[in-house]
Design a protein around this ligand. Sequence first.
Ligand code: AMP
Ligand code: MG
Length: 350
Amino acid sequence: MKKFFTAFAILGILLTGCGNSAQNKTAAISQTDAEQPYSEDIFAMDTFMTITAYGDGNEAAVKESVSEIERLDALLSISSETGDIKALNQSKGASVEISEETANLIKRAIDIGEKTDGNFNCTVLPLMELWGFTTQVYQVPTENEISEVLAKINPDNIKMEENKAVLADGVSLDLGGIAKGYASSRIMEVFQENGVVSGMVSLGGNVHTIGTKPDGKPWRIAIQDPFNLEEVTAVVEVDDKAVITSGGYQRFFEQDGKTYHHIIDPATGYPAQSGLASCTIIAKDGTLADGLSTALFVMGVEKASEFWKTHTYDFDAVFITENNEVYITEGIADDFAMQDDTADYTIIFN
Ligand code: AMP
Ligand code: MG
């Protein structure tokens, strides 16, 4: 197994240190101006984000990316007064004109839901509201409250027309499970349009990279320890890929000694109890990686492994269970290392 030396800044899940520190210094000194990063931090989509690009056009690319994220937040957030999602959620069964972009993303969400056997469900919002995740006034609902709402949690209740959508009365949309991944994919497009060939965006637990680091080496992305957020469990090396994590630790509340997190099993209406503490997806397509991170977290490691083996989509995954066991899919094995290189992990083979 390869050993990685990890000098990491805890906010950035991205590890900027690479290999032996003496080599690092040499690389830093020989960097040209063109390899200097330009970076901006913003708070959008309920999360802190850092956008970094290297080389010619980097500043323009990052600035345009910031505007793009703000635009997408306004378009897709459940609380944005001017956005398509809010308009749909207030429509009470009426037909609503939406942008082609929103329509495409809803179609994508429906499709990922179908392919993942309903474990990804973009109509989960009434449950998020019931549990208090939208207002932060948390509560454990009664069985009755859950079963009443469950009837509305079904993407079949969405009808897509050419530039319009209709939600059955009482049904509401929540693209929170894929919006960040979509945004990160859009930023990679903005980078490309600006001629940037090396850069990355970090949005909460999600990282998306274009190309390699300026020195030609892969990006090293840390996977957070779900049981100790100051620590790192493992590192994956990637280029041109998104690395997106869903974890119960990212948003939760406690009541009567029990913990309730924000990833809901659409089959039960309760926070998913699949035995997973986190699920990280590595894929080229950020939207897909984000959708799958949520869906496979709900599935748990056994079902998720079977799903990976079907080759429905091209992706790899790292699963950390509630018992702190680590499972990885075969495709990432050469580019994966545990932070503690004496710690065990299991490779899932095809
Ligand atoms: P993520 O961090 O990508 O796993 O997304 C979690 C967010 O997706 C939650 O805060 C909800 O807004 C939404 N969500 C929760 N459960 C599901 C689910 N089963 N399918 C789709 N979206 C969900
Ligand atoms: Mg997701």
